[in-house]
Design a protein around this ligand. Sequence first.
Ligand code: SAH
Length: 244
Amino acid sequence: MASKPRLYIPQGLREDMELFLTDARAHYLCNVLRLSAGSLFWAFDGQNGEFECEIVECGKKRVSARILRRTRQFEKGPDIWLLFAPVKKDRTDFIVEKATELGVSKIIPVITRRTISEKIKKERYIAQAVEAAEQCRRQEIPEIEDARPLETVLKNWDTRRILYFMDESGKGRPVSEVFGAAAGKDGPAALLIGPEGGFSEQEFDFLRRQDYAESVSLGKRILRAETAVAAALSCWQAFCGDWK
Ligand code: SAH
């Protein structure tokens, strides 16, 4: 099935509503997709579900459309956060896109001792997440926070949220054991993946001392950070998330 044109339109959508789109969305529908009056597309707003829409008129800078019907009720995904140490730009793009496809609800870039913290462009990450959500038929966009030092994020940590940190040192418990034991126990969770240079000894000591944190191994091979993000999130979704 050719992928249907799907747009995130962050305003309260409801049936029988008139839509007036300008800027990038108008350009995308009329000039990129070359849709015209009578063409259909799908829209979601991250709160009210997904709607089938019909183009009424394609103007130079503006598109008018009407919402025909709701095609899917809104459903919230699992409460899983990703904390990751930014890596090189294109690899960080990959992390944001895969995390969105793999259903994270929030992304927090964290600065650790060995993070090569290139300029963190939150707007870029948000655009990446919107595009990934539109393509993978998600109904909401993950929240993306400003990059902050790991210790700052953990200082105010809500200890009801388990923090699974991916421990490349070989001291972590096997992921199948950790997530297998957590399967079925609903509750907020977060995954933490370190930078290319790995966690420092001080960071490992600190994390291992926190009772809300669990050290997890993804096997004997050392994965690139972006691989570890995709692997850890896939395991979590399979055992504890919405892949059941
Ligand atoms: N330079 C480090 C590897 C860092 S890999 C070294 O050679 O040891 C980047 C991040 O991916 C790590 O901080 C960790 O969070 C995650 N990761 C990579 N391989 C992993 C594994 N086998 N188990 C758990 N986490 C892993």
